[in-house]
Design a protein around this ligand. Structure first.
Ligand code: ZN
Length: 176
């Protein structure tokens, strides 16, 4: 998984704090530009991707997981409040990519699992979502394009971000 870029400013962004920070010493970086530069090429690289047909996903996943991850659905709040509290990693239910660490999970009170940062910013992609007359930032698994949820700028420190994730799109794996 190589994301080294020579473009000026991007390395500064990358070093600014686990890829989460959207400003650099060059000034503030527009989020869309950042996302495009950062993820645009990766998204077209078949070597890194898990590509399956709609029928394959439907056969592999539960009805709810299929609706949420492949059809941009949203589970009802409070559906997944029984994740273990022990140390571990939340993986993509579709492809097993490690997405969020237990240590970055926090109680948001929304009824959806919430995290302040992904395990690896390269693994969680973003797109601007204009559905429902709102402008939100959608987040997905960069390896298989599974829709996960949205990210909002009202999270706790150290990032100030709130990744609001559908629990059905995650699989918890306890630390070995
Ligand atoms: Zn995935």
């Amino acid at each position: 998984m190589s994301v080294m870029r020579s473009a000026q400013g991007l390395s500064a962004l990358r070093d600014a704090g686990n890829g989460i920070v959207f400003t650099s010493d060059l000034g503030e970086y527009p989020r869309e530009t950042y996302v495009k530069v950062r993820y645009g090429e990766r998204n077209t690289d078949p070597m890194d991707k898990v590509l399956k047909s709609d029928a394959e996903w439907r056969a592999q996943l539960s009805d709810m997981a299929y609706k949420v991850t492949r059809k941009h659905g949203t589970e009802r709040a409070g559906t997944y409040e029984d994740f273990p509290k022990e140390p571990g990693t939340y993986m993509c239910v579709c492809c097993g990519a490690p997405l969020f660490d237990q240590g970055a999970k926090f109680e948001s009170g929304t009824g959806w699992p919430s995290f302040y940062q992904p395990v690896d910013a390269d693994m969680v992609g973003e797109t601007v979502d204009r559905s429902f007359f709102m402008k939100r930032t959608e987040v997905h698994c960069n390896r298989c394009d599974a829709h996960l949820g949205h990210v909002f700028p009202d999270g706790p420190q150290p990032t100030g971000l709130r990744y609001c994730i559908n629990g059905v799109s995650l699989e918890f794996e306890p630390e070995a």
